[in-house]
Design a protein around this ligand. Sequence first.
Ligand code: COA
Length: 217
Amino acid sequence: MTAKPWLQLATERSFPEPSQWLTAEELRTFQRIKAWQRRQDWLAGRWAAKGLVREYLRERANLALDPAQIEIGNAPTGAPLLQRPLCSEIHISIAHSAGYGLAGLALGAPIGVDLQHIRAVRLDFHERVLSEHERAQLAHHFSGREGVLVFWALKEAAIKAQRTRPTPALREISVTLTEPGQAEISLGTQRLKAQWGRWGEFIWAWALTPLTSSSDR
Ligand SMILES: CC(C)(COP(=O)(O)OP(=O)(O)OC[C@H]1O[C@@H](n2cnc3c(N)ncnc32)[C@H](O)[C@@H]1OP(=O)(O)O)[C@@H](O)C(=O)NCCC(=O)NCCS
């Protein structure tokens, strides 16, 4: 069975008033966030993640929950954690960019997702973050400015799947593009499989360890 995570994207305009769908603990966390953009991003990420958990539990466990019955916290590493309902099998990951949130869900092993708004990045990013092998792939596969963001998103997704703090440097992660939209990633002794794609003005990516037994969709 091919491991394939569940993904959901939420926009900052797609969710109701926070007090209607956040738990009391989540509301306290939200109220501690001061910067406007960070508040929008946080909400978009939480809304996407709760939507995904709800959809998963409805389809796979025949369990219908309101968003306020689902609680998502953060582990000391910063990684998101499903705290209610308790289900240690479910792993989630969250990314936000420009007011949009992306969530991924996988079973049995950590997943990482990332979302990058397509934009110009500093020229020295290539030298600082990409190996010679990755720069050769970049030149071979891409002509536009999204290419470097594909590598960036894949590396950040791998970091999130690893769930450590401090996080490894992007340079320590090695990406090999395989088939279109697919990649293999090496991070220390870990080998992750990954996918990426374009959604409007965004590049999305997810990374998983091969042991994951998540659902096919
Ligand atoms: C952890 C890290 C990957 C988060 O990425 P980001 O671009 O800051 O933010 P994103 O919107 O993509 O993701 C944020 C989410 O990642 C999750 N996250 C944070 N730390 C995490 C960790 N250690 N493991 C897994 N997930 C983590 C959280 O859910 C967070 O959202 P939340 O706080 O709303 O719950 C990033 O901060 C990091 O450490 N990168 C290291 C590489 C680097 O140096 N990058 C800079 C490039 S120049």
